[in-house]
Each structure stands twice: as C-alpha cells, then as structure tokens.
Design a protein around this ligand. Sequence first.
Ligand code: GLY
Ligand code: MN
Ligand code: MN
Length: 429
Amino acid sequence: MRYQPLPAELFTENRQRLYAKLPPQSVVIVHANDVLPTNADGSLPFIQNSDQFYLSGVDQEETILVLFPGAQDPKQREMLLVRETNETIAVWEGEKLTKEQAAQRSGIQRVHWLQDFETQFRSVMCQADHVFLNSNEHIRATIPTETRETRFTRRCMREYPLHDYRRLAPLMHELRVIKSPHELTALNEAIRITGDGFNRLLKFVKPGVQEFEIEAELSHEFIRQRARGFAYTPIIASGGNACVLHYITNHCQCHDGELLLLDVAANYGNYNADLTRTIPVNGKFTARQRQVYDAVLRVFKQCCKILRPGIIIREYQEQVGLIMQEELLGLGLITQEDIAKQDPDKPAYKKYFPHGTSHPLGIDVHDVGHMWKPVQPGMVFTVEPGIYIREEKLGIRLENNIVIGENSNLDLMAHIPIEADDIEAAMKR
Ligand code: GLY
Ligand code: MN
Ligand code: MN
C-alpha cells in the first residue's frame, strides 16, 4: 500500500454510525471483492469493496468483516477475519497484514485468521435475528457476474433459511453520502495530486503530441506521488474525439488548432478526484473555441450556485437544462423553434449536452447517493457541464469537485486553472 493509512478513528466512527441504524440482534457481514480473473492465469489488480473499506480501512483480498454489536460476548461484537500468510504467499505475493496491523488499521480488536470464519459464523448466526448482507445497489450498475457478496447471500439463505435477511446497501448509502473531515483529507490529497498532474500537462501539451503520451505523463505524476493511479480510465480526447463521451483509447495525435478534453484524475487512499479541463493544443483558443468555452464556464459557475442544500438532483438537472438552453440559443446551436417543438422527455439542449451535470463522489467515482432526497451539507458532488458540437469536431467539458456547505459550497478544485486566460497564460512558453 503506497498511501499513508487513514486514521482508524474514521473507521471506528463509521461503524458506530452504522450501529445506530441497526435493530437489536443484528449481524452485518461484509466481504472483500473478488480478485477478478482475466485470461489464462491472469487477474485484474485487486480493488477493495468500498463498503468493507469504509467500515474497516482494510485493503486486503478475502477479508471478512463481521459486526454483531449486540453480541453477549464482547469478543464477538466486532471481528475482522484476514488471510494468514505462509511461506508460499511470502515468496510469491509478499507481505500480508499481521493481526496487529489489521487491528491498528481498523480499530477492531478481535482479528482472526480466515480459517476461524466457519466457527464464528455459526456462532453468530445461532444468536442473531436479523442478518444484514451487502449488495451493489448503485442505480446505474450493471453486474453480469456473480459477486462474492451474492455467492455468500445464497449460501446464508440456503443454510439458514429462517433468519430475517435485510439489505445493508441503503444504510451504507445513507452513511457514505455525507463525508467526514478525515475523508475530505484523503479526497483533497487525490485532488492535490490531480492538480499537479494537470499543471504538468499545461507545459507538456503541444501540436504533434500523442494522446497516449499525455496519459503516460500524468500516470508518472500520479504514481510518483503515491496515488494508486488513475481514479477511472482517463479520457484524453483531442478534436472530434471529445464528442465521444467515453473515449478511452487515447490513440490519436493532437493537432494544431484543436482543443483537447482531459477527464483525468487520481485515486489516493481509495478516494477519487474527478477533474475535467479542456485546453487548446497550441496554447491559444480560437475565437469560436473561446466563445463556446466561456458559455460552458458560465453554466459551470451557475451550477455551483444552485447545487445547494434542499434541492433534489432531478430539479437541479432541470434548472441546469434551462441555463444550458439559453447558452445554446446564444451560440446559435438551437433555435426557439427547436424548443417550441421539443419532446419534453428529450429537450432540444440534450443534442449538445446529453449527460448529467453532477454525481456524488468519494470511494467510488460515481459514488452512492440519493437521486430523490434533498442535497445536504457534507455531500460532495462533481459539477460537469459540457457542450459537444460534433459537426464542428469541438467538445468542451469542465468539471470540479465541490463540498456542499451550510452557508456556501467549497470548490475543492478552485486552485486548478479554469479561466481561459489563466489556461493560456500557463501554457505560454
Ligand atoms: N470521469 C467520469 C465522470 O466524469 O463522471
Ligand atoms: Mn470526470
Ligand atoms: Mn464526473
């Protein structure tokens, strides 16, 4: 693990907040993610289950977390079960957590080796009434494979069919959507590293450079600063590629006169930044590019003002749509007539701004949250309007990360250049 561990106090507090939401005699069991196979004997790098990390701070495969706050035996109230190392693991994979390290990281005193799981599992199931199991209930997730959690749920229901099974996911969403100061510290570090990467690019990008060279440059900056790497597959899109929302091949050359859309950010300590900037490849916006850029920037600034406590994301999106509609009219991209005859389910502005404006951000890039509950202080969102004009091979998006505050929002990326003049000044050689 290259990052500095987050304080165990964070994970202890997270568990305490969860206990306050549980009925008496509840047990919560949360598994690590699978190590996903690729081909032959290959596998993808391990990414910890976000909820297990949130409740334990442990970043190791196969870990099981068992929380039974009402257990008669105090030793069973919080248990962490981790993989025991051996000579083969030591030779092939290297260090694994000792019991002491796992306890230190998580604040959980009772750490067992995984081979004790069956005994402890039987014991808690014979005492508990309600069993909270985890599932991925992100509204946009598609999950074609059976996860470790799903396999375990099936097992529990088969072996203990008379228990009262409950969904842990809604409780985790309620907890995770409000970020604590320790979480903001980790997120700010991801953002600081992201900003350093972007500033490095302002001096690096020039006509003729390849999109993948830019990716390599960023990767170097992120990893040398202890990031896990990219928070998500980076989008480095020059010219018309910027109009492909999920362009990730990054295989083209950047040409003089084009814009370059960079949706690139670092993950630090399992927390994700999410930045987008759009810059001129040659360091100077054309008049048309500047006109569209400033329109996106005005929308961005308005969005930051209306994403405030009390608003529901759906209403926010509608208000942003109207602001965008005005800008698109101003740019001559849509007409009053287009608006008059638009399908209300597919307003005219969507032709040039087809995606949402904001999503919660945290341990997951598209973090868990509520579409239908009012925005509250302590939530962290992206703000990311864009205008994509395929007929002009021109796509511009700007994206910052903000914390919703009682009296005003805090833009965590305010220090990363966003005004067109500042971008041009920083690109001057
Ligand atoms: N980078 C993914 C997003 O902006 O939502
Ligand atoms: Mn993004
Ligand atoms: Mn985003």
